[in-house]
Design a protein around this ligand. Structure first.
Ligand code: UD2
Length: 314
């Protein structure tokens, strides 16, 4: 009799625990779906496994964030390159930036071009300034894209130390559609690539040849980051650009070019130097599938372009 009641008690416990487990599981999954809904319907979430925030609409209070950074009286250096036919993207880039990018903060754009005369007149907002810097033309678009790492490394080391606190490095074939503000600031900031945010890791287009300095072995990697936008404190971005440029030079000496050029090296860098903040694909979407509905609040987007027509080579 006594034994029977013990069995009965244990059975009761088992049913009770299973039921609470089930309730907890369905609550967690409901909560996750709810969160995914609020965060634009993707499953990246709002925190990395190393506890860095992933910035989405709904994860921050813009008024509070602005007031915190305003007290620090900061300047944000912003670099953009427009060589050859890419000067055609400058008008939209600059005009839309002046509408949405760090409005109310001190911004200094450093625009690198081989044709200063082709830079359009765009009225700068209060405390926003633009400096045009001439660079030599190059015959290969890949060299223009990769060469940015060398120019950025020198710019930060030689000129920015006393004039800026943060830096963002942006592609020019882009346009702003919504607020990009102080919520994006951090020590080292990476942006999740809009084509791969919902892909499994084994489909990321990391460099897979061990001969390249950008090599990432199968089974490793956290996210696939874009090179169209990255930033952070001057020291951190200096280290990033310096490292990527050194790795690019070693590859060149070994006659190998990583699959996605400096973007492959940037992904390698972020694997071993984890960004302290990630920006969701809201901070770099793609005009080409702008209305796919996957990301609701598009702030900055890669414009559609005819590569064969705008690039100096194929
Ligand atoms: C991807 C990356 C880009 C870079 C490139 C390397 C995205 C959205 N962008 O873009 O950051 O890593 O792959 O393969 O993932 N440029 C000129 N003149 C030229 C060619 C390039 O000024 O003739 C500059 C310009 O600032 C441009 C940038 O280099 O935004 C990158 O070139 P791209 O936009 O043609 O590269 P893309 O679209 O393949």
């Amino acid at each position: 009799m006594r034994r029977q009641s013990v069995h009965f008690f244990l059975f009761g416990m088992f049913v009770g625990l299973s039921l609470s487990g089930l309730i907890l599981l369905s609550y967690t999954s409901w909560f996750r779906n709810q969160q995914m809904d609020e965060l634009g319907g993707t499953d990246i979430g709002s925190l990395t496994p190393w506890l860095a925030p992933v910035v989405w609409e709904g994860t921050f209070d813009s008024i509070m964030v602005d007031s915190i950074f305003k007290q620090q009286n900061i300047t944000i250096a912003t670099t953009v390159f427009a060589l050859g036919k890419y000067t055609r993207f400058l008008k939209d880039f600059l005009e839309s930036a002046e509408e949405h990018y760090f409005v109310g903060f001190r911004v200094h754009y450093h625009l690198f071009t081989d044709q200063p005369k082709a830079v359009p007149e765009v009225k700068m907002g209060e405390n926003h300034h633009l400096t045009v810097r001439r660079v030599p033309s190059l015959d290969r678009w890949q060299d223009i894209s990769m060469g940015r790492m060398e120019i950025l490394e020198k710019l930060i080391k030689n000129e920015l130390a006393n004039e800026a606190d943060y830096i963002f490095c942006l592609d020019v074939d882009t346009k702003f559609y919504g607020r990009w503000g102080a919520e994006s600031l951090g020590r080292l900031v990476g942006v999740i690539h809009p084509w791969f945010f919902d892909y499994p890791r084994d489909q990321f287009t990391y460099e897979r040849r061990p001969e390249s300095q950008a090599f990432i072995p199968a089974g490793e990697g956290d996210y696939y980051y874009t090179a169209a936008a990255f930033g952070g404190s001057l020291d951190d971005v200096h280290n990033l650009t310096k490292t990527c440029w050194e790795q690019l030079k070693i590859d060149a000496a070994n006659s190998i070019e990583a699959i996605w050029h400096e973007e492959s090296h940037l992904n390698k860098y972020f694997l071993y130097n984890k960004p302290s903040k990630l920006l969701s694909p809201e901070y770099l979407w793609r005009d080409i599938r702008i209305s796919s509905g996957q990301v609701k609040n598009i702030r900055f987007s890669h414009v559609a372009k005819n590569n064969a027509e705008v690039r100096p080579n194929l």
